[in-house]
Design a protein around this ligand. Structure first.
Ligand code: SAM
Length: 828
């Protein structure tokens, strides 16, 4: 060790870094490089053991200084690196996405001063807090020398690399659909043992001496011995396949600096996409979803009393997330053994499937490196008796991704099924009845607003003072599930509390789902605090754009002006109800919404209007009259959802459409203007925000707010635009003109709503990047950025020009010097 490094070791020891957390010649995988090659630093200091990128505090690199070299050491995870050349020492800050920057220069003689000056910020505790992105709010951070983006980047890459390693390694023993070519259970058990052996070996653990020869038999036996697990003995054929798996894992990136919980997440996820895993019914919660639930429960606030229980444990993802977050909140001075004792006494789970129980236990063992078993995961049928309730105390946080289906007729005698026929509702009610300290559930998306959940939502409202709901789009679960929601309720209301509740609604949009899965990014959140009425309403969702809806709450509604009805349904096959040629009893009409666009219907076909073919009475509606035709099912999953067209040809419609007839006093002109309203931003945003499935409810459409007054120009503009649309084919210039006309229609419609500009802008931002169902290109409203304080109508009518240039100076002329001096003296 050089004199300079010895001086750094001394300085770090003085700050409280224990000797076992200062490791010389520390090697680690550079997960930020494409191949994950191994790099080395002369010394690495960690805030606690076991060492990993999460706990790395300082690195020390010898020889040449310079930001670009040190950038190669980013994956160590240390926020600061000392570069040492002889007696000369430089301290560099490491960044996520730019070269390292030098923050101090010292010599051996002045190093002591440098440590003394920074003792408060460089202590293990301070750096641990600054890096604890899961458990500490990011606001109010003093530690600007820690780039938290670095940790997020490393974590993301660790998962990518580990996932690739497992997938590539296991590819030789699974078929194209992910089905193992050997007993799935044996493969899973062996894979656990190989991962454990790899991490113990890379970290130089003494137990690695048990498999020094490196054969599969030695590894399986050695790990069984170390963890006290049952012995597995593969057949000669299976052993041959396992040799390949072990060889792959062994040759993979260095595990020394990765955090064992990352390994646990990837391990439990290994078979999630495969049919084998689906057969065991473990539709795993994606890791970031689990992390979000646990983070928002703020388990660390009462770390000394907290208990965490995961019923329907499956592979235990939620428990692993809880373990990770709780562990980083425990006292730094605790050793591995103390933390293990604490955590095994606090975390528990129940699961019916024996194999899933084993996966959960093994995941927890991996996450809790290097400790042994001791995890309280029991095999139990939670619908058989009152076990669920008895596992919960008032200090327990219940985290749960329950089965989503209804109870079968056979299961209806279960005590829990007495609450409700839907399993998630029944489980929620049973859990809430036990009065836990908090609940974090994965639920069907219908939980957010649907009636069948109202009772349980009201129960939550009455019991908890802080409730968050997250709306999760389709395509987030890798297994069979579609859209979902997360419920996080905490801080139970006590008798002394005011009856107030803070509700927070968060959304992950379809566009952001990959960002969510990778880094837990939530697209947007809204929150409000309100009184809880004597009879709780069960309204726990703050809708998107809620300020706009409350601003427009006293406006007339679409249902005041138009009579809305769904189109014809047929008792036979839907395809047999349409024809390209005229037939007796058939009328011209619209069958499918494909090709239906704003202000423009698709080509009509012939629809069966014979009473004997119809289901319901929609064929009797006055289709021959003038009306608007609106799609009755959504056109896309993005924000533009409605397309209304004007029909003067008496078209009939299938149930995929809704007919909208003028009520008394609504003229043709008025009807045209209402078409513009329905195709505009307010109506589309309303339909998007208040619809959770594919089909529109008529009650939702009737509730669309209208302007108090619709000026006659809007009808004229809508007619002119429709006229131009019909002049096919469109040229490029035609496109531009049509875009302009459409923007002007939107501007006029919005002006008639008279929203404050701030709200109007919020509304327009809601459509950013969304495809509009129109017959020409649509690039969004022009000129908004140039004049952020103006309404759309003002932007389009040229007011923007008046406000460009140095208009502030011409409106607010500078004060004469003498007055300015007086004012300056007054302000101080
Ligand atoms: C949707 S999975 C959730 C898995 C896990 N909690 C997660 O978040 O990844 C539901 C789990 O409930 C288990 N399960 C179903 N019925 C059960 C019962 N009656 N008692 C206990 N567990 C049950 C299934 O085996 C499955 O693992």
């Amino acid at each position: 060790m050089t004199a300079a490094i010895a001086a750094i070791v001394k300085g770090l020891g003085g700050l409280g870094y224990p000797a076992e957390a200062l490791l010389s010649n520390y090697s680690f995988a550079d997960v930020l490089s494409p191949t994950g090659e191994t790099r080395e630093v002369a010394l690495a200091a960690f805030t606690q053991t076991p060492p990993s990128y999460r706990t790395a505090a300082f690195g020390v690199a010898e020889a040449g200084s310079g930001g670009s070299d040190l950038t190669l050491l980013r994956a160590l995870g240390a926020p600061m690196i000392f570069a040492v050349a002889g007696e000369h020492v430089e301290l560099w800050q490491v960044h996520a996405s730019k070269p390292a920057s030098r923050i101090a220069v010292a010599t051996i003689d002045t190093l002591g001063d440098l440590f003394a000056r920074n003792a408060e910020h460089w202590s293990p505790r301070a750096i641990h807090r600054a890096k604890a992105i899961d458990t500490e709010p990011l606001a109010d951070r003093q530690f600007d020398f820690v780039d938290t983006g670095l940790l997020i980047a490393i974590e993301g890459e660790v998962h990518v690399k580990l996932d690739a390693l497992l997938r590539e390694t296991l590819a030789s023993v699974v078929d194209v659909r992910g089905r193992p070519a050997m007993d799935a259970r044996l493969l899973f058990q062996a894979t656990f043992r190989f991962l454990a052996a790899k991490i113990l070996t890379d970290r130089g653990h003494e137990s690695a001496a048990n498999w020094v020869g490196g054969s599969v038999d030695e590894v399986l036996h050695g790990i069984d011995l170390y963890y006290g697990l049952g012995t597995i003995v593969p057949s000669p054929r299976d052993r041959e396949q396992l040799e390949t798996v072990w060889a792959g894992i062994r040759a993979g990136i260095n595990f020394r600096n990765i955090s064992a919980d990352d390994l646990a997440f990837v391990y439990e996820n290994t078979f999630v996409t495969s049919e084998a895993r689906a057969a065991f019914g473990t539709h795993s919660t994606p890791r970031q979803m689990a992390e979000h639930i646990v983070r928002r429960l703020e388990l660390w606030r009462n770390a000394d009393r907290v208990r965490v229980y995961e019923p329907f444990t499956g592979a235990g993802v939620l428990l692993v997330a809880a373990l990770r977050q709780l562990r980083s909140a425990l006292p730094l001075e605790w050793n591995d053994e103390e933390r293990h004792r604490f955590l095994t006494a606090r975390l528990a789970g129940d699961e019916i499937d024996e194999f899933a129980c084993e996966v959960a236990k093994l995941s927890l063992i991996l996450a809790d490196y290097p400790n042994h078993n001791g995890w309280d995961i029991r095999q139990a049928d939670l619908f058989a008796d009152d076990r669920l309730r008895t596992r919960i105390t008032t200090d327990t946080f219940v985290i749960c991704n329950p089965p989503f289906e209804d109870f079968d007729a056979d299961d209806r005698s279960s005590p829990i099924a007495q609450h409700d026929v839907s399993k998630p509702i029944a489980v929620l009610e049973e859990v809430i009845a036990a009065r836990p300290a908090g609940i974090g559930f994965v639920l069907p998306s219908s939980f957010i607003v649907e009636k069948r959940y109202r009772k349980v939502r009201a129960l939550i409202e009455s019991r908890y003072t802080s409730v968050e709901i997250v709306e999760i789009p389709d395509d987030v679960f890798s297994a069979s599930r579609t859209a979902a929601s997360l419920l996080i309720a905490r801080d139970p209301r006590t008798a002394a509390d005011e009856p107030r509740i803070t509700i927070r609604s968060s959304e992950v949009t379809l566009r952001d789902r990959l960002q969510f899965l990778k880094a837990g990014v939530i697209t947007r959140s809204r929150s409000l605090t309100r009184w809880v009425p004597d009879t709780p309403s069960g309204d726990l969702w703050v809708p998107a754009l809620h300020e706009i809806w409350s601003y427009l709450s006293d406006r007339p509604r679409l249902g005041d002006r138009l009579e809305l009805h769904r189109g014809i349904e047929w008792s036979g096959l839907q395809t047999g109800a349409r024809s390209r040629e005229p037939q007796p009893g058939f009328e011209p009409g619209l069958h499918g919404v494909n090709g239906h666009r704003q202000f423009q219907s698709p080509h009509p076909v012939w629809l069966d209007c014979r009473p004997e073919s119809a289901r319901g009475g929609a064929y009797k509606l006055p289709w021959e009259q003038k009306k608007l035709i609106v799609n009755g099912v959504r056109l896309s999953r993005y924000s533009w959802r409605l397309a209304a067209s004007f029909d003067a040809d008496g078209l009939v419609c299938s149930q995929q459409f809704i007919g909208a007839w003028p009520k008394e006093g609504v003229s043709d002109k008025h009807l045209l203007a209402l078409m513009a309203v329905l195709n505009g931003p307010v109506a589309n945003a309303f339909a998007t925000v208040f619809t959770s499935d594919q089909r529109y409810r008529l009650t939702m459409l009737r509730d669309i707010p209208l302007p108090n007054h619709l000026p006659p120009e809007i009808a004229e503009m809508a007619a002119a635009y429709s006229e131009r649309l019909s002049q096919a084919p469109l040229t490029f210039d035609g496109d531009a003109a049509l875009q302009r006309l459409l923007a002007e229609i939107d501007g006029a419609v919005l002006e008639s709503y008279a929203l404050p500009v701030r709200l109007e802008r919020e509304l327009l931002r809601f459509f950013e990047g969304a495809r509009r169902p129109v017959a020409h290109a649509w690039e969004g409203w022009p000129g908004l950025e140039a004049a952020p304080g103006l309404s759309l109508a003002e932007t389009l009518d040229g007011s923007g020009e008046r406000f460009s240039g140095n208009w502030v100076r011409s409106v607010f002329e500078p004060l004469p010097q003498s007055e300015a001096d007086v004012l300056r003296a007054y302000i101080g």
